[in-house]
Design a protein. Structure first.
Length: 439
C-alpha cells in the first residue's frame, strides 16, 4: 500500500535549491535533487532524502492520480508531494522485454528507488517553496561551516585532467554503424540506437560534478540522485514518461545539431535540423514506435500525436522533439506502463525487440543506468521520468558516461561519430576529462 502524500507547508523564505541540497546532503546519505535548471523561470525542483526500497514496490503503485488528492488545495505545492525518487537502468527494462542483456558487473544497482522521507518543493514561476516530512532545510550561509558545493566544483575543475577509457574507438564505432546499415538493408530493423561508453577512474565527488554539469549545460530535467555508494548525475533534456491525471505523455528526441557561435549560424543549424530528411525520418519512426508502445497500456483509440518535429534549443545543442499522449485506465500501475514502454524507443530503435537483440551483439557490453530513466513517482498518483542521457553514473572507484545516436540507412559514419563526441563532451568535462581524440 502506498504511503499518503506528505503534508507540505509553505516556507516564509525560499532558500536557493543548491543551498537546500547542500544542507540535506551534508546530513543524509540517500538524497536527491530533481532540478529544473539554475535560471529556471517556470517548472518545479525538488530536494530531499529518503530510504531505499525494493523496485517491485514502486512498480505496484497505481500510475493514475487519486482524484481526491488531485483536487486537494495542497496542489499549490506542486504535482509531487512525496512518494518515490530513483532510477531504472536499461538492462532492467530489456530483461522484462525478453531481450538479451550483458552482465552489469555489479557497479551500480540496475534499479534503485528511495521512499521520500523529507521534501522541499520549489515553484520557479512564483519563487515560493514548501517543505514536508523530515526536510532538514538549512540554508548554507557564508561562515556556517557547511561545505559549499560551488567551492568543491571549482576544486574539481582545477584538478589534473582525468584519463578516459572508451569502449570503442571511433573507427570501431564507424564499423558498427556499417553493420547497423547492413541489418537495415536486410530488413531486420528500420533504425538502431547505437551507443558506447566512456569511463574514468578515481574518487569522484558526485555533488561537485553535478554542479559543474548544471552550470555548463542546464536542462529542465537535470538532477542528482545519490543512493548508497552510487549516484546518477544528469542534465537530461528528454522527458520519457509523464502522467498527469489519467493522461500519459512521452517526448522522444531524435535529431541533434550543435549550437552556433553567432545568431546567424545558430539559426542556420536549427533550420538544417528541421529540414534534414534523415533526422525527420528517424524521429517519425520513433514516434510510431511510441504510439504502438502506449497503445499497449492506454485506453483503445486514445493515443495521439500532440506535437511533431519541433526544434527545441538548449545551451549546447538543438534537438528535434515530438510529443505522443494517451489516456490510461484507472487500474494501470507503474509496472504496467514500464512494461509497455521501457526501454524507451528513442534508445532502442525499431522494431524494438529486434533492435535490442541486434544492439546486444553490436555494443559488446552493458549500458547500465545509461539509456534508462529516472525521476519521481507520486504517492497520490502521477509520475515524471526523464531519460538517462547527457548523464554521469558515479560508482566507487570511477564513473561512466554513455552516448550514442540513431542509425538509419541514410546515416553517414563520420557525422554519427561526431554526434557521439558532441553528446559526451559536457558530461566528461564535468568530470574533469576530455573526449578522446577522434570523437
Amino acid at each position: 500500500m502506498a504511503p499518503p502524500p506528505l503534508t507540505l507547508t509553505p516556507l516564509a523564505t525560499a532558500p536557493d535549491p543548491a543551498d537546500a541540497f547542500a544542507a540535506v546532503a551534508a546530513r543524509r546519505r540517500d538524497v536527491f535533487w530533481l532540478d529544473a535548471g539554475p535560471a529556471a523561470s517556470g517548472g518545479w525542483s525538488w530536494v530531499g532524502w529518503g530510504e531505499a526500497v525494493d523496485a517491485d514496490h514502486v512498480r505496484a503503485v497505481h500510475a493514475v492520480g487519486d482524484r481526491a488528492v488531485s483536487d486537494s488545495p495542497a496542489l499549490d505545492a506542486g504535482p509531487f508531494r512525496g512518494g518515490w525518487v530513483g532510477w531504472a537502468g536499461y538492462e532492467s527494462g530489456a530483461t522484462r522485454a525478453a531481450a538479451p542483456v550483458h552482465d552489469e558487473s555489479g557497479e551500480v544497482d540496475g534499479e534503485a528507488w528511495l521512499r521520500v522521507r523529507g521534501l522541499v518543493a520549489f515553484d520557479h514561476a512564483t519563487g515560493r517553496a514548501w517543505s514536508g516530512g523530515e526536510a532538514d532545510v538549512i540554508t548554507a550561509a557564508p561562515g556556517s561551516g557547511m561545505p559549499v558545493p560551488a567551492d568543491r566544483a571549482r576544486d574539481e575543475a582545477s584538478a589534473p585532467a582525468r584519463p578516459v577509457r572508451s569502449r570503442h574507438t571511433p573507427d570501431e564505432y564507424a564499423a558498427l554503424i556499417e553493420r547497423c546499415r547492413d541489418a537495415i538493408r536486410a530488413g531486420d530493423a528500420y533504425q538502431l540506437c547505437l551507443t558506447t561508453r566512456f569511463a574514468v577512474e578515481g574518487d569522484i565527488d558526485a555533488v561537485a560534478t553535478f554542479l559543474a554539469l548544471r552550470a555548463a549545460t542546464p536542462a529542465h530535467h537535470g538532477g542528482i540522485i545519490r543512493i548508497g555508494e552510487a549516484a546518477l548525475v544528469s542534465a537530461s533534456p528528454e522527458r520519457f514518461l509523464q502522467v498527469e491525471g489519467d493522461t500519459v505523455r512521452t517526448r522522444p528526441i531524435k535529431g541533434t545539431r550543435p549550437r552556433g557561435s553567432d545568431a546567424a549560424t545558430d539559426a542556420a543549424l536549427a533550420a538544417e535540423l528541421r529540414a534534414d530528411v534523415k533526422e525527420r525520418a528517424e524521429n517519425v519512426m520513433i514516434v510510431d514506435l511510441m504510439r504502438n508502445d502506449l497503445s499497449r497500456v492506454c485506453v483503445p483509440a486514445s493515443v495521439r500525436v500532440e506535437k511533431l518535429l519541433e526544434v527545441e534549443s538548449y545551451s549546447a545543442v538543438h534537438q528535434l522533439v515530438s510529443t505522443v499522449a494517451g489516456t490510461l485506465p484507472a487500474t494501470a500501475t507503474v509496472g504496467d506502463l514500464l512494461d509497455a514502454a521501457f526501454p524507451a524507443g528513442s534508445m532502442t530503435g525499431a522494431p524494438k525487440l529486434s533492435a535490442m537483440t541486434l544492439l546486444h551483439a553490436l555494443e559488446g557490453g552493458p549500458r547500465g543506468v545509461y539509456a534508462g530513466c529516472f525521476g519521481w513517482v507520486g504517492a497520490g498518483g502521477g509520475l515524471d521520468l526523464a531519460m538517462v542521457i547527457r548523464s554521469i553514473v558515479v560508482h566507487p572507484g570511477g564513473a561512466y558516461v554513455g552516448a550514442g545516436g540513431g542509425i538509419t540507412w541514410r546515416s553517414v559514419a563520420a557525422a554519427e561519430v561526431a554526434e557521439v563526441g558532441l553528446k559526451a563532451r559536457a558530461p566528461l568535462a564535468a568530470l574533469g576529462a576530455a573526449v578522446p581524440a577522434g570523437w
